[in-house]
Design a protein around this ligand. Structure first.
Ligand code: PLP
Length: 374
């Protein structure tokens, strides 16, 4: 198969697709496809339980956190988070760090539910290490975030998929003078690419369709004491209390998506777990950024310390070659490299299922294209 650099839905491990194909019409001899079985039956209960257990083991999720499988994607979660959390403190406040398109969407959605403020933003130019960084190409230092002490939570986007920015290290909220404000992180596009320090967060959530599985399931990992404060207007299917009490089966869950995510979790364990996959991701990102940095033909515009390991936007200095670059890339078996329309240029998403071999094939192509057109 060609290499797939899509930002999402994105490449899945071939082994997972093959296993799903082999089991498609008859799961483990039960005579049914996973798509056809009752979510309350013994088979699916086993699939759900194993998925939760494997995820807990992969990320070393502490017992005081619930793992929930929900629907609506990270976009719905932008509303579900304030609906569930903003009521935990009487002021009805929540604060957001703005770093690009996804965090801005989260912030805009939350406005409907309370007193929402900006704790920090990279929406203006900033000179860093002598380089003038354009808005949304850098990540504000955690030391400069200004959460209100009585906010119900502070929200960040851990990895801005479109801009290609990643928050390198999450601060402890105590270090920001707001120990009672839990950090809530949209980890959609770097979930399972690196460990999560659960001592620093109250909650993380991710649409599955990048590193965790197919679209249709949203993973929510939330500290138990944050559950139980939903606003009266919160739809019952989106109330964390209900979803947690029912083991993610308050209503029919996205069974097939949970099953595939479970296969991805087992695949990750076979790769050596999160620490091993993180090392692979570091090596892949280093190879690609090093190549871009030494080239005069391509350019990466994201501030170095904020560069995402997962999503690598880059530009051809001569943008008139863009269409040709993409056509020839496709012919060379390198798919979905077009940048997001709001940013332009190119973007290589190098999630867990994209191996070093694919990154090397991309670098070889970049080199060859430069040699022919540079
Ligand atoms: N947050 C981030 C960081 C994303 O990358 C995306 C989608 O790409 C979303 C939120 C929205 O996710 P969904 O389409 O699952 O609602």
């Amino acid at each position: 198969r060609p290499w797939n650099f899509s930002a999402g839905p994105s490449a899945l491990p071939l082994e997972v697709l093959q296993q799903a194909a082999a089991e498609l019409t008859d799961w483990h001899g039960c005579g049914m496809s996973v798509m056809e079985m009752s979510h309350r039956g013994v088979q699916f209960t086993q699939i759900r339980d194993e998925a939760v257990a494997d995820l807990r083991s992969l990320l070393s999720i502490p017992d005081e956190f619930e793992v929930l499988f929900m629907q609506g994607g990270a976009t719905a979660e932008n509303a579900i988070v304030p609906l569930n959390l903003i009521g935990r403190r009487s002021a009805g406040k929540a604060d957001y760090v703005l770093t690009g398109i996804w965090s801005n969407k989260s912030y805009a959605e939350a406005q409907r539910y309370g007193d929402i403020a900006v704790a920090a933003t990279s929406g203006q130019e900033k000179v860093i290490d002598g380089v003038a960084q354009a808005p949304w190409t850098w990540y504000p230092d955690a030391g400069e975030w200004k959460p209100r002490r009585d906010a119900a939570y502070l929200h960040i986007c851990g990895n801005e998929t479109i801009g290609g920015l990643e928050c390198a290290a999450w601060p402890s909220m105590a270090s920001l003078g707001a120990p009672d404000v839990p950090l809530v992180v949209d980890v959609s596009s770097h979930f399972l690419s690196r460990p999560i320090d659960f001592s620093k967060v109250g909650m993380v959530y991710a649409g599955a369709q990048k590193n965790a599985g197919p679209a249709g399931v949203t993973v929510v990992i939330v500290r138990k004491d944050l559950i139980g404060h939903a606003l009266p207007a919160c739809p019952s299917a989106f109330n964390y209390s209900n979803v947690a009490a029912a083991g993610s089966m308050f209503n029919t869950p996205p069974t097939f998506a949970i099953y595939i995510a479970g296969l991805v979790f087992k695949w990750l364990r076979r790769q050596g777990g999160i620490e091993a996959i993180e090392q692979a991701n570091i090596a892949k990102a280093k190879a690609l950024y090093s190549f871009l940095d030494q080239s005069g033909f391509y350019v990466s515009r994201v501030q170095r310390s904020a560069r995402s390991r997962m999503n690598v936007p880059f530009f051809l200095r001569d943008e008139s070659l863009n269409a040709r670059f993409l056509e020839e890339a496709q012919a060379a078996g390198l798919l979905q490299l077009r940048g997001h329309k709001s940013v332009g240029g190119m973007r290589a998403s190098i999630y867990n299922a994209v191996p070093m071999e694919a990154v090397q094939a991309l670098i070889n192509y970049l080199q060859d294209f430069e040699r022919r057109h540079g």
